[in-house]
Design a protein. Sequence first.
Length: 230
Amino acid sequence: MEVMPALVADHLRKTYVSGESTVTALADVSFTVAKGDFVALMGPSGCGKSTLLHVCGAMDRASSGRIVLNGQDLATLGDDGLTRVRREQVGFVFQFFNLLPTLTIADNIALPCLLSGMHGATADARARALAERVGIAHRLSHYPQQVSGGEMQRAAIARALVHEPDLLVADEPTGNLDSENGAKVMALLSELNREMRVTVLLATHAADVAAAATRILHMRDGKFEGDRQT
């Protein structure tokens, strides 16, 4: 029986109007990601990789074309529907962590579960289990400003996975870390990809970060210029 892909991007275009000019961020991009794949989008700043991540993760809409996530065409959904997709099916990891400073690490990790209506005790148990897995169980009562950058990114990864999403979107996840912590974060993402079978779509400009993926898509000027298995 044929397995449905996790993600299908079909002839995506994304344009922005700036004054009297039109900027093309994505120019007829198509690709398919299998369930459990770890795909890196690699290219220089301004090549369109972050825009593509945002469209694939239901954070933005394409100007034309389709994104199909787990068999559902996101173009058919209204804003409430896209919010549900982001809340239930997608996890996000960003360069600057985006942890809430007024919440403890434990509460930051549990937040996606609580927003989806999960009972507090269940959400807390999930948060603690993932914190243990990513190596920050000893930091759960701390606030973000009390832990290191590497620990904040580990907390962000745990938060992104706590609601067991189908797709993990990571935008330059090592961009605000030193090389040692960056390497540790990428090793962790690779391990979690294998263990949890979560599909990972990551954007980076760095070859050593992209090397953690099993497939690298090279982008330039809003288009793919290479597709390589690693």
